[in-house]
Write a protein that binds this ligand. Sequence first.
Ligand code: NZQ
Ligand code: ZN
Length: 389
Amino acid sequence: MLGNFSYSNPTRLYFGEDSLNYLNEELPKYGKNVLLVYGGGSIKKNGIYDKVMEILKANGKNIFEDAGVMPNPTVEKLYEGCRRAKEGKVDLILAVGGGSVCDYAKAVSVSTYCEEDPWEKYYLRLEDVDNEIIPVGCVLTMVGTGSEMNGGSVITNHESRLKIGHVFGDRVFPKFSILNPVFTFTLPKYQMVAGFFDIMSHILEQYFSGEDDNTSDYIMEGLLKSLIHSSRIAVENPTDYEARSNIMWIATWALNTLVAKGKATDWMVHMIGQSIGAYTDATHGMTLSAISMAYYRHICPYGLAKFKRYAVNVWDVEPLGRSDEEVAGEGLDRMETYMKEIGLVTDIKELGVTVDMLDGIADGSFVMDGGYKKLDHDEIVEILAASMR
Ligand code: NZQ
Ligand code: ZN
Protein backbone atom coordinates (compact mmCIF):
# COMPACT_ATOMS: atom_id res chain seq x y z
CA MET A 1 0.00 0.00 0.00
CA LEU A 2 1.22 3.49 -0.78
CA GLY A 3 1.72 5.57 2.32
CA ASN A 4 0.40 9.13 2.52
CA PHE A 5 2.53 11.88 1.05
CA SER A 6 2.65 15.30 -0.50
CA TYR A 7 4.59 15.84 -3.69
CA SER A 8 5.87 18.76 -5.67
CA ASN A 9 9.11 19.39 -7.48
CA PRO A 10 9.85 23.06 -8.09
CA THR A 11 12.85 22.67 -10.43
CA ARG A 12 12.27 23.63 -14.07
CA LEU A 13 14.29 21.42 -16.40
CA TYR A 14 15.50 22.23 -19.89
CA PHE A 15 16.63 19.08 -21.64
CA GLY A 16 18.37 18.49 -24.96
CA GLU A 17 21.08 19.63 -27.33
CA ASP A 18 19.82 23.22 -27.46
CA SER A 19 18.95 23.53 -23.80
CA LEU A 20 21.69 26.03 -22.92
CA ASN A 21 19.81 28.66 -24.94
CA TYR A 22 17.13 28.62 -22.24
CA LEU A 23 19.59 30.30 -19.89
CA ASN A 24 18.53 33.43 -21.77
CA GLU A 25 14.97 32.90 -20.50
CA GLU A 26 16.00 32.26 -16.92
CA LEU A 27 18.63 34.94 -16.31
CA PRO A 28 16.28 37.95 -16.63
CA LYS A 29 14.28 36.57 -13.66
CA TYR A 30 17.17 37.38 -11.28
CA GLY A 31 19.19 40.46 -10.28
CA LYS A 32 22.43 41.56 -11.88
CA ASN A 33 25.01 39.81 -9.70
CA VAL A 34 25.73 36.20 -10.62
CA LEU A 35 28.18 33.89 -8.87
CA LEU A 36 29.46 31.43 -11.46
CA VAL A 37 30.53 28.28 -9.61
CA TYR A 38 32.55 25.52 -11.25
CA GLY A 39 35.08 22.79 -10.63
CA GLY A 40 38.71 22.13 -11.45
CA GLY A 41 38.67 23.28 -15.05
CA SER A 42 36.93 20.67 -17.24
CA ILE A 43 34.46 23.33 -18.40
CA LYS A 44 37.31 25.49 -19.67
CA LYS A 45 38.79 22.61 -21.68
CA ASN A 46 35.54 21.51 -23.29
CA GLY A 47 34.26 25.00 -24.10
CA ILE A 48 31.19 25.06 -21.84
CA TYR A 49 32.69 27.93 -19.81
CA ASP A 50 32.96 30.17 -22.89
CA LYS A 51 29.39 29.41 -23.94
CA VAL A 52 28.01 30.21 -20.48
CA MET A 53 30.10 33.40 -20.16
CA GLU A 54 28.84 34.62 -23.50
CA ILE A 55 25.21 34.22 -22.40
CA LEU A 56 25.86 35.83 -19.00
CA LYS A 57 27.50 38.83 -20.68
CA ALA A 58 24.78 39.14 -23.30
CA ASN A 59 22.31 39.37 -20.43
CA GLY A 60 24.26 42.19 -18.82
CA LYS A 61 25.24 40.32 -15.67
CA ASN A 62 28.03 41.23 -13.23
CA ILE A 63 29.91 37.96 -13.02
CA PHE A 64 31.74 36.78 -9.91
CA GLU A 65 33.63 33.53 -10.28
CA ASP A 66 34.11 30.79 -7.72
CA ALA A 67 36.29 28.11 -9.32
CA GLY A 68 38.02 25.04 -7.95
CA VAL A 69 35.07 23.22 -6.38
CA MET A 70 36.62 19.82 -5.76
CA PRO A 71 34.88 16.44 -6.09
CA ASN A 72 33.42 15.84 -2.62
CA PRO A 73 33.39 19.57 -1.73
CA THR A 74 34.87 20.48 1.64
CA VAL A 75 33.65 22.63 4.48
CA GLU A 76 36.65 24.98 4.04
CA LYS A 77 35.65 25.59 0.43
CA LEU A 78 32.09 26.26 1.61
CA TYR A 79 33.26 29.01 3.97
CA GLU A 80 35.24 30.57 1.11
CA GLY A 81 32.21 30.46 -1.21
CA CYS A 82 30.03 32.16 1.40
CA ARG A 83 32.51 35.03 1.73
CA ARG A 84 32.56 35.46 -2.03
CA ALA A 85 28.75 35.35 -2.36
CA LYS A 86 28.37 37.93 0.40
CA GLU A 87 31.01 40.27 -1.03
CA GLY A 88 29.36 40.13 -4.46
CA LYS A 89 25.85 40.52 -2.99
CA VAL A 90 24.92 37.83 -5.46
CA ASP A 91 21.37 37.40 -6.72
CA LEU A 92 21.88 34.02 -8.37
CA ILE A 93 24.38 31.19 -8.01
CA LEU A 94 24.94 29.47 -11.34
CA ALA A 95 26.51 26.03 -10.87
CA VAL A 96 28.20 24.64 -13.98
CA GLY A 97 29.49 21.12 -13.33
CA GLY A 98 28.63 17.82 -11.72
CA GLY A 99 26.97 16.88 -8.46
CA SER A 100 29.81 18.36 -6.42
CA VAL A 101 29.38 21.79 -7.97
CA CYS A 102 25.57 21.67 -7.70
CA ASP A 103 25.70 20.43 -4.09
CA TYR A 104 28.22 23.12 -3.21
CA ALA A 105 26.09 25.82 -4.81
CA LYS A 106 23.14 24.75 -2.64
CA ALA A 107 25.37 24.76 0.45
CA VAL A 108 26.55 28.32 -0.32
CA SER A 109 22.96 29.28 -1.05
CA VAL A 110 21.74 28.38 2.45
CA SER A 111 24.94 29.26 4.33
CA THR A 112 25.88 32.75 3.12
CA TYR A 113 23.38 34.51 5.38
CA CYS A 114 23.39 31.88 8.12
CA GLU A 115 24.44 33.43 11.41
CA GLU A 116 25.73 30.18 12.90
CA ASP A 117 28.40 27.81 11.63
CA PRO A 118 26.64 26.15 8.65
CA TRP A 119 28.56 22.89 9.10
CA GLU A 120 27.17 22.55 12.60
CA LYS A 121 23.68 23.80 11.84
CA TYR A 122 22.98 22.05 8.55
CA TYR A 123 25.29 19.06 8.46
CA LEU A 124 25.75 18.02 12.10
CA ARG A 125 22.37 19.08 13.50
CA LEU A 126 20.47 18.74 10.16
CA GLU A 127 18.35 21.80 10.97
CA ASP A 128 16.04 23.58 8.55
CA VAL A 129 16.93 26.84 6.88
CA ASP A 130 15.55 29.93 8.58
CA ASN A 131 17.58 32.61 6.84
CA GLU A 132 17.74 34.18 3.40
CA ILE A 133 18.45 31.75 0.54
CA ILE A 134 20.26 32.69 -2.66
CA PRO A 135 18.57 31.06 -5.69
CA VAL A 136 20.57 28.39 -7.53
CA GLY A 137 20.51 27.37 -11.19
CA CYS A 138 22.49 24.45 -12.65
CA VAL A 139 24.10 23.57 -15.96
CA LEU A 140 24.87 19.88 -15.52
CA THR A 141 28.04 18.34 -16.99
CA MET A 142 28.25 15.01 -15.14
CA VAL A 143 25.39 12.59 -14.71
CA GLY A 144 24.65 10.58 -11.59
CA THR A 145 23.74 12.39 -8.41
CA GLY A 146 20.33 13.82 -9.28
CA SER A 147 21.44 17.03 -7.56
CA GLU A 148 20.03 18.96 -10.53
CA MET A 149 16.47 18.29 -9.34
CA ASN A 150 16.68 17.69 -5.60
CA GLY A 151 17.53 19.43 -2.34
CA GLY A 152 20.50 17.22 -1.51
CA SER A 153 23.85 18.76 -0.63
CA VAL A 154 26.76 16.65 0.57
CA ILE A 155 29.76 18.30 2.27
CA THR A 156 32.94 16.66 3.54
CA ASN A 157 34.83 17.60 6.69
CA HIS A 158 38.22 15.91 6.45
CA GLU A 159 39.30 17.02 9.89
CA SER A 160 36.46 15.20 11.61
CA ARG A 161 36.40 12.48 8.91
CA LEU A 162 32.73 12.98 8.19
CA LYS A 163 30.94 13.27 4.87
CA ILE A 164 27.33 14.29 5.47
CA GLY A 165 24.39 14.99 3.18
CA HIS A 166 21.55 17.32 4.12
CA VAL A 167 18.38 16.88 2.13
CA PHE A 168 16.96 20.38 2.08
CA GLY A 169 13.34 21.21 1.28
CA ASP A 170 11.72 22.68 -1.83
CA ARG A 171 13.09 26.19 -1.34
CA VAL A 172 16.64 24.93 -1.83
CA PHE A 173 16.00 22.88 -4.98
CA PRO A 174 17.62 24.47 -8.04
CA LYS A 175 15.21 26.95 -9.59
CA PHE A 176 16.18 25.59 -12.99
CA SER A 177 18.57 23.02 -14.43
CA ILE A 178 19.92 22.73 -17.93
CA LEU A 179 20.60 19.18 -19.12
CA ASN A 180 22.46 18.83 -22.38
CA PRO A 181 23.61 15.21 -22.85
CA VAL A 182 26.37 16.38 -25.22
CA PHE A 183 28.02 18.23 -22.31
CA THR A 184 28.68 14.85 -20.67
CA PHE A 185 30.55 13.38 -23.66
CA THR A 186 33.95 14.61 -22.41
CA LEU A 187 33.73 12.78 -19.08
CA PRO A 188 36.59 10.31 -18.54
CA LYS A 189 35.35 6.71 -18.57
CA TYR A 190 36.05 6.26 -14.85
CA GLN A 191 33.78 9.21 -13.96
CA MET A 192 31.16 8.20 -16.50
CA VAL A 193 30.71 4.68 -15.15
CA ALA A 194 30.94 5.85 -11.53
CA GLY A 195 27.97 8.07 -12.35
CA PHE A 196 26.13 5.12 -13.87
CA PHE A 197 26.50 3.17 -10.67
CA ASP A 198 25.50 6.15 -8.55
CA ILE A 199 22.21 6.13 -10.47
CA MET A 200 21.82 2.38 -10.01
CA SER A 201 22.50 2.68 -6.31
CA HIS A 202 19.98 5.48 -5.86
CA ILE A 203 17.33 3.29 -7.46
CA LEU A 204 18.28 0.11 -5.58
CA GLU A 205 18.36 1.87 -2.23
CA GLN A 206 14.79 2.99 -2.71
CA TYR A 207 13.72 -0.35 -4.22
CA PHE A 208 15.12 -2.70 -1.55
CA SER A 209 12.81 -1.72 1.28
CA GLY A 210 9.21 -2.49 2.07
CA GLU A 211 7.15 -5.41 0.86
CA ASP A 212 4.08 -3.59 -0.44
CA ASP A 213 2.69 -3.72 -3.93
CA ASN A 214 3.93 -0.28 -4.84
CA THR A 215 3.85 1.56 -8.16
CA SER A 216 7.22 3.10 -7.41
CA ASP A 217 8.85 -0.35 -7.53
CA TYR A 218 7.52 -0.90 -11.06
CA ILE A 219 8.82 2.53 -12.13
CA MET A 220 12.21 1.67 -10.67
CA GLU A 221 12.38 -1.68 -12.46
CA GLY A 222 11.79 0.19 -15.72
CA LEU A 223 14.46 2.75 -14.90
CA LEU A 224 16.92 -0.02 -14.03
CA LYS A 225 16.30 -1.92 -17.26
CA SER A 226 16.75 1.21 -19.32
CA LEU A 227 19.92 2.09 -17.39
CA ILE A 228 21.48 -1.34 -17.85
CA HIS A 229 20.66 -1.30 -21.56
CA SER A 230 21.89 2.24 -22.26
CA SER A 231 24.98 2.02 -20.06
CA ARG A 232 26.25 -0.99 -22.04
CA ILE A 233 25.89 1.04 -25.23
CA ALA A 234 27.54 4.13 -23.70
CA VAL A 235 30.56 2.13 -22.52
CA GLU A 236 31.09 0.89 -26.07
CA ASN A 237 30.39 4.28 -27.62
CA PRO A 238 30.49 7.24 -25.20
CA THR A 239 29.17 9.67 -27.81
CA ASP A 240 25.99 7.69 -28.53
CA TYR A 241 23.47 10.49 -27.97
CA GLU A 242 20.51 8.17 -27.52
CA ALA A 243 22.19 6.21 -24.75
CA ARG A 244 23.70 9.23 -22.99
CA SER A 245 20.44 11.18 -23.11
CA ASN A 246 18.47 8.25 -21.72
CA ILE A 247 20.97 7.89 -18.89
CA MET A 248 20.85 11.61 -18.10
CA TRP A 249 17.08 11.44 -17.79
CA ILE A 250 17.16 8.23 -15.71
CA ALA A 251 19.62 9.87 -13.30
CA THR A 252 17.26 12.74 -12.70
CA TRP A 253 14.28 10.47 -12.05
CA ALA A 254 16.30 8.18 -9.82
CA LEU A 255 16.68 10.92 -7.25
CA ASN A 256 14.24 13.75 -7.79
CA THR A 257 12.16 12.42 -4.86
CA LEU A 258 9.33 10.89 -6.93
CA VAL A 259 10.11 7.18 -6.57
CA ALA A 260 10.56 7.46 -2.81
CA LYS A 261 7.05 8.75 -2.27
CA GLY A 262 4.74 6.55 -0.24
CA LYS A 263 7.34 3.87 0.46
CA ALA A 264 10.19 3.03 2.81
CA THR A 265 13.78 3.56 1.62
CA ASP A 266 17.10 2.11 2.71
CA TRP A 267 20.22 4.29 1.93
CA MET A 268 22.66 2.11 3.87
CA VAL A 269 25.04 1.71 0.90
CA HIS A 270 25.25 5.50 0.66
CA MET A 271 25.89 5.83 4.39
CA ILE A 272 28.82 3.39 4.26
CA GLY A 273 30.02 4.80 0.91
CA GLN A 274 30.04 8.34 2.29
CA SER A 275 32.11 7.23 5.26
CA ILE A 276 34.60 5.60 2.87
CA GLY A 277 34.66 8.92 1.02
CA ALA A 278 35.46 10.81 4.23
CA TYR A 279 38.51 8.57 4.75
CA THR A 280 39.75 8.27 1.17
CA ASP A 281 38.20 11.11 -0.86
CA ALA A 282 37.41 8.41 -3.46
CA THR A 283 34.98 8.97 -6.35
CA HIS A 284 31.44 8.78 -4.96
CA GLY A 285 29.99 6.19 -7.35
CA MET A 286 32.95 3.88 -6.85
CA THR A 287 32.57 3.93 -3.07
CA LEU A 288 29.08 2.55 -3.68
CA SER A 289 30.00 -0.06 -6.28
CA ALA A 290 32.86 -1.39 -4.16
CA ILE A 291 30.62 -2.36 -1.24
CA SER A 292 27.31 -3.10 -2.94
CA MET A 293 27.74 -6.79 -3.68
CA ALA A 294 28.82 -7.59 -0.12
CA TYR A 295 25.96 -5.48 1.25
CA TYR A 296 23.24 -6.96 -0.92
CA ARG A 297 24.41 -10.53 -0.35
CA HIS A 298 24.35 -9.79 3.39
CA ILE A 299 20.77 -8.47 3.43
CA CYS A 300 19.34 -10.78 0.75
CA PRO A 301 18.03 -13.42 3.21
CA TYR A 302 16.07 -10.71 5.05
CA GLY A 303 14.34 -9.42 1.93
CA LEU A 304 14.30 -12.59 -0.14
CA ALA A 305 10.98 -12.02 -1.90
CA LYS A 306 12.14 -8.63 -3.23
CA PHE A 307 15.53 -9.97 -4.28
CA LYS A 308 13.77 -12.73 -6.19
CA ARG A 309 11.52 -10.17 -7.87
CA TYR A 310 14.61 -8.11 -8.75
CA ALA A 311 16.31 -11.14 -10.30
CA VAL A 312 13.29 -12.01 -12.42
CA ASN A 313 12.07 -8.54 -13.42
CA VAL A 314 15.39 -6.75 -13.87
CA TRP A 315 17.92 -9.47 -14.70
CA ASP A 316 15.56 -11.88 -16.53
CA VAL A 317 16.43 -14.85 -14.33
CA GLU A 318 14.19 -17.87 -15.02
CA PRO A 319 12.42 -18.75 -11.75
CA LEU A 320 10.68 -22.01 -12.70
CA GLY A 321 11.71 -25.08 -10.74
CA ARG A 322 14.24 -23.26 -8.58
CA SER A 323 14.30 -22.12 -4.99
CA ASP A 324 13.86 -18.45 -4.12
CA GLU A 325 17.44 -18.38 -2.80
CA GLU A 326 18.81 -19.69 -6.09
CA VAL A 327 16.85 -17.19 -8.16
CA ALA A 328 17.77 -14.24 -5.93
CA GLY A 329 21.42 -15.33 -5.87
CA GLU A 330 21.58 -15.55 -9.65
CA GLY A 331 20.15 -12.03 -9.91
CA LEU A 332 22.96 -10.72 -7.73
CA ASP A 333 25.54 -12.74 -9.70
CA ARG A 334 24.28 -11.18 -12.93
CA MET A 335 24.48 -7.73 -11.36
CA GLU A 336 28.11 -8.38 -10.36
CA THR A 337 29.00 -9.59 -13.86
CA TYR A 338 27.48 -6.41 -15.32
CA MET A 339 29.40 -4.22 -12.87
CA LYS A 340 32.70 -5.81 -13.84
CA GLU A 341 31.79 -5.61 -17.53
CA ILE A 342 31.29 -1.82 -17.44
CA GLY A 343 34.46 -1.25 -15.40
CA LEU A 344 33.29 -0.47 -11.87
CA VAL A 345 35.50 -0.80 -8.81
CA THR A 346 34.46 -3.84 -6.76
CA ASP A 347 37.26 -3.83 -4.16
CA ILE A 348 37.61 -1.08 -1.54
CA LYS A 349 41.38 -1.57 -1.48
CA GLU A 350 41.48 0.04 -4.92
CA LEU A 351 39.96 3.16 -3.32
CA GLY A 352 42.72 3.37 -0.72
CA VAL A 353 40.91 1.63 2.13
CA THR A 354 43.21 -0.31 4.49
CA VAL A 355 42.28 -2.81 7.19
CA ASP A 356 43.08 -0.37 10.01
CA MET A 357 40.38 2.02 8.68
CA LEU A 358 37.47 -0.43 8.86
CA ASP A 359 36.40 0.33 12.43
CA GLY A 360 36.53 4.07 11.83
CA ILE A 361 34.58 3.79 8.58
CA ALA A 362 31.93 1.74 10.38
CA ASP A 363 31.79 4.34 13.18
CA GLY A 364 31.29 7.13 10.61
CA SER A 365 28.46 5.27 8.83
CA PHE A 366 25.06 6.54 9.93
CA VAL A 367 22.82 3.53 10.53
CA MET A 368 19.46 3.67 8.76
CA ASP A 369 16.51 1.46 9.64
CA GLY A 370 14.39 1.50 6.47
CA GLY A 371 16.07 -1.46 4.77
CA TYR A 372 15.58 -5.19 5.26
CA LYS A 373 18.13 -5.42 8.07
CA LYS A 374 19.26 -2.76 10.51
CA LEU A 375 23.02 -3.21 10.61
CA ASP A 376 25.16 -3.07 13.72
CA HIS A 377 28.78 -1.96 13.85
CA ASP A 378 30.18 -5.49 13.48
CA GLU A 379 28.03 -6.19 10.43
CA ILE A 380 29.31 -3.02 8.74
CA VAL A 381 32.89 -4.11 9.44
CA GLU A 382 32.03 -7.57 8.07
CA ILE A 383 30.60 -6.03 4.86
CA LEU A 384 33.67 -3.84 4.48
CA ALA A 385 35.99 -6.81 5.02
CA ALA A 386 34.03 -8.80 2.42
CA SER A 387 34.51 -5.88 0.01
CA MET A 388 38.30 -6.37 0.17
CA ARG A 389 39.35 -9.11 -2.15
O1 NZQ B 1 36.16 19.60 -11.47
P1 NZQ B 1 36.13 19.41 -12.93
O2 NZQ B 1 37.39 19.81 -13.61
O3 NZQ B 1 34.91 20.00 -13.58
O4 NZQ B 1 36.08 17.80 -13.19
C1 NZQ B 1 35.02 16.98 -12.71
C2 NZQ B 1 35.41 16.13 -11.52
O5 NZQ B 1 36.79 15.88 -11.49
C3 NZQ B 1 34.74 15.97 -13.77
N1 NZQ B 1 33.77 16.40 -14.77
C4 NZQ B 1 32.50 16.81 -14.57
N2 NZQ B 1 31.91 17.06 -15.76
C5 NZQ B 1 32.82 16.80 -16.72
C6 NZQ B 1 34.02 16.40 -16.09
N3 NZQ B 1 35.13 16.06 -16.79
C7 NZQ B 1 35.06 16.15 -18.14
N4 NZQ B 1 33.94 16.51 -18.80
C8 NZQ B 1 32.80 16.85 -18.14
N5 NZQ B 1 31.70 17.15 -18.81
O6 NZQ B 1 34.17 14.85 -13.08
C9 NZQ B 1 34.74 14.80 -11.78
C10 NZQ B 1 33.67 14.45 -10.79
O7 NZQ B 1 32.70 15.46 -10.69
P2 NZQ B 1 31.72 15.49 -9.45
O8 NZQ B 1 30.84 16.68 -9.57
O9 NZQ B 1 32.49 15.33 -8.18
O10 NZQ B 1 30.89 14.13 -9.63
P3 NZQ B 1 29.44 13.75 -9.21
O11 NZQ B 1 28.45 14.36 -10.12
O12 NZQ B 1 29.45 12.29 -9.06
O13 NZQ B 1 29.23 14.42 -7.75
C11 NZQ B 1 29.69 13.79 -6.59
C12 NZQ B 1 29.23 14.51 -5.35
O14 NZQ B 1 27.80 14.53 -5.25
C13 NZQ B 1 27.39 13.99 -3.98
C14 NZQ B 1 28.51 13.02 -3.69
O15 NZQ B 1 28.54 12.63 -2.34
C15 NZQ B 1 29.73 13.79 -4.11
O16 NZQ B 1 30.12 14.70 -3.08
N6 NZQ B 1 26.03 13.45 -4.07
C16 NZQ B 1 24.98 14.31 -4.11
C17 NZQ B 1 23.69 13.88 -4.08
C18 NZQ B 1 22.53 14.78 -4.10
N7 NZQ B 1 22.69 16.08 -4.24
O17 NZQ B 1 21.38 14.33 -3.98
C19 NZQ B 1 23.34 12.46 -3.99
C20 NZQ B 1 24.47 11.56 -4.36
O18 NZQ B 1 24.22 10.32 -3.76
C21 NZQ B 1 25.80 12.03 -3.93
O19 NZQ B 1 26.00 11.70 -2.57
ZN1 ZN C 1 24.83 8.86 -4.79
